[in-house]
Design a protein around this ligand. Structure first.
Ligand SMILES: Nc1nc2c(ncn2[C@@H]2O[C@H](COP(=O)(O)OP(=O)(O)OP(=O)(O)O)[C@@H](O)[C@H]2O)c(=O)[nH]1
Ligand SMILES: [Zn+2]
Length: 199
């Protein structure tokens, strides 16, 4: 299966089922689903939700394996400030922010774009930030088998902003380190580089 699908390829039966559920929810919320402005809303909402959860149908390992190249470079590779949008599994509201990913090659490098693609595969599911962090970390670790891998995610959670505790400025940071990043000097070098403004 191709790792990225167009909306046109969405299963029509599933899209229609999700659409009907959205129409029912809107009706339960007190809306008039027959008014003009809302006629296409259940279908749009269904397609939006299917887009935002397309990661269930994608294979992150396959994405990485598709662009691994033998190379002797064995210093740190960092892709920082990868924007991410996910949905919290408790409220199905967005959380969003940035991921910073690093690895130290062990005979193979990976196509740079594949790292943000892997972030998206795991972000486009119902998630908690901790599991998202580990999903990315473990996938890179087990597929690329690098000497080390590190993932830091900084995110804001809409369920803590629009509702609930209503804190607008809190940012949650999660991190995971494997291999050489478990050594304090390597980890500190990575943390220093992701916080540095090199411009
Ligand atoms: N650890 C973790 N918690 C999350 C994440 N996203 C949302 N949450 C939290 O999940 C918790 C669910 O708690 P509950 O008490 O069951 O739900 P609730 O009554 O809606 O809680 P409040 O948000 O405090 O109103 C809340 O504390 C959320 O802030 C996440 O990615 N990681
Ligand atoms: Zn939540």
């Amino acid at each position: 299966m191709a790792p990225y699908r167009n909306l046109e390829e969405y299963n029509i039966e599933i899209t229609n089922e999700v659409k009907d559920h959205f129409a029912k929810i809107m009706d339960d919320l007190g809306e008039d689903v027959t008014r003009e402005g809302l006629l296409k809303t259940p279908e749009r909402a269904a397609k939006a939700m299917l887009f935002l959860t397309q990661g269930y149908k994608q294979d992150a390992e396959e994405i990485l394996k598709g662009a691994m190249f033998a190379e002797k470079y064995d210093d740190m590779v960092i892709i920082k400030d990868i924007e991410l949008y996910s949905l919290c599994e408790h409220h199905m509201l967005p959380f969003f922010g940035k991921a910073h990913v690093a690895y130290i090659p062990n005979g193979h490098i990976v196509g740079l774009s594949k790292i943000p693609r892997v972030v998206d595969v795991f972000a486009r599911r119902l998630q908690v930030q901790e599991r998202l962090t580990h999903d990315i970390l473990e996938c890179i670790n087990s597929t690329l088998k690098p000497k080390g891998v590190a993932v830091v995610i900084e995110a804001s959670h809409m369920c803590m902003m629009m509702r609930g505790v209503q804190k607008q400025n809190s940012v949650t940071t999660t991190s995971g380190f494997r291999g050489q990043f478990e050594k304090i000097e390597t980890r500190n070098e990575f943390l220093k580089l992701i916080s540095a403004d090199l411009s």
